[in-house]
Design a protein. Sequence first.
Length: 133
Amino acid sequence: MEQPTETPMTPDPDAVWGPPADTDAERARWQGAIDAALADGTLELRRSTTPFVLTLTGACPRCGHPMTQTVERDVPRGFDAGGRTGSDGAGRRPVVEVRLNVDCTCPSAHPGRPDGRLGCGWGGPLPVTLRTP
C-alpha cells in the first residue's frame, strides 16, 4: 500500500490539462492544497442564502486561476442555517464536515483540455473534506 506524502502544490497558470492519479499520495496532496488555500484565504467556503448550499470560490491550488463551485449537501441534524441557537445551545452553529470532490472550474485555457470542459483537470476522483463555516 502506498504511503501518502505531503508534496506541496504550487499554482502553475500554464498547467497542462489532466486529471490526477487516484492514489493515496495524490488524495493527501489535494486535501493538503485545499486546506492550505482555505487557511490562507485564497479559497473561501461561504454560506449561501439558500439553506444547506455553500459556495467555494477563489484560486485553484493547482493552476491559480479563479474558480467557483456550489456545494449542496444533505440536511444534518442540528444544523441552523439562520444563525440562531444551534444544537450546542450556546448560540453557535455546529461545524459540519462535508466530503466531496472539489474540481477546478476555471475558464482559463489549459493545453490538452477537451472541448466543452472547464478547469485544469484537477479534483476529479480525489474527494476532500471541508468544514462548513
